[in-house]
Design a protein around this ligand. Sequence first.
Ligand code: A3P
Length: 432
Amino acid sequence: MSNPDSAQIADAITDILTEMVEDLELEFEGRPEPSHRLIADLGLVSVDFIHLIVEIETHFGQKMGFHDLIMPDGRYVDDLSIAELTAFVEQRLSGGEVIHATPETHAAVLDSSAALTDEDFVRFQHLMPTTTEWGMPELPGRNNPRVFFFLSSPRSGSTLLRVVLAGNEALFAPPELHLLYYPDMRRRREALGNPQNVHLLTGTVRALMQLRGCGIEEAEVALQESEESGQTTSEFYAMLVKELNGRLLVDKTPSYTMRREFLDLAESHFDSALYIHLVRHPCGMMQSFEDGKMEQLIPFMRNSDFSRHQLSELTWLLTNTNIYQFLQHIPDERQHRVHYEDLVREPATAVTEMCAFLGVPYVPEMLDPYRDPGERMTDGLHTAAQFSGDLKFHLHARIEPDAAERWRRSQSESNLSPATRVLAEALGYSLA
Ligand code: A3P
């Protein structure tokens, strides 16, 4: 079949946008025109871009690598016109070169940096939600299911790795579960059932749908029953594991790494849990954090007086310190370290080594994370934006090796604090 021409592409995109405007109940009226901009004119917000991209790719039946359009210089564009979007899709469908958005649409410069001190680190540690706020469970007896946790700071490629693992039938790797630090399912709902956090509940719903081969409603009812009956999180984990018929449960929830006590729960609740530490170069993680304005999503960070740049480094430092110190107490045969840079540059080697560690066969399909989105649970519950994980995963079309070094355009290792440098070196990076 020949490629659609630009008028057909523009029509398809306009139809998708018209439907989105209706579904999202935006104020925009009439039919979108090529000159209309997605945010300024139609009233979309940046997270809707991912929904739009997934709809466009589904319509045309191919991945297009929207990363090149949305983040041409490694920074998010501020806005896009429908004409720019159409031109990009046309180029991609004809296999041509990428058209970048105009320079003036690029995002503004990031916060200026100021070197961190030890006092900053301690102050940041105290900002972390306390165990009381998070409803730290009393330690119950071991309930024995074998679970594999992979631990990382946010923005370290954890969604990518989760989806890679989900391509192996010996593993069950659902989206972020957000279970470990809640005593029971009812209190979990109380903490997360609000507009800012409700998407964090979707990982368990998606897991139940997959395990039981059921639809959203049935899975939501099952979750509600679990919440109303006061099922403990340990019982919920045990139930998941029982339904897995021998597959290994993978729990990837980066927020477990915010406090050392949360990680200790994994060790005290589960028999011989396995751990993978996914680590990314601090500057790479920081660039990703800053691009995504992550502090806006995290209330205690949003209200702090640290700059975005400082928060990005403090997050890398605190989460990796917690993981590093925790793993000092875990036998070698139960832990494995993976560098994001190796995962994206040499995926076959990194994934083969991981499979050997987990005791599961290596399957080459694991390296094609965009295959079988349903099986790999990369679809959001209702829309792509309700995906509890990194939405940028949808902007790529394959495991992207260039992502490893992109930070070099805007970050410098020389600005890192001594504590970050020491830990990065201990984790295997040689810094300039
Ligand atoms: P950047 O923001 O530097 O692009 P996490 O899932 O832990 O939040 O990590 C997010 C990072 O993983 C983002 O980094 C994202 O682009 C990157 N990522 C997602 N899918 C990827 C892919 N297919 N190849 C390379 N990197 C990917």
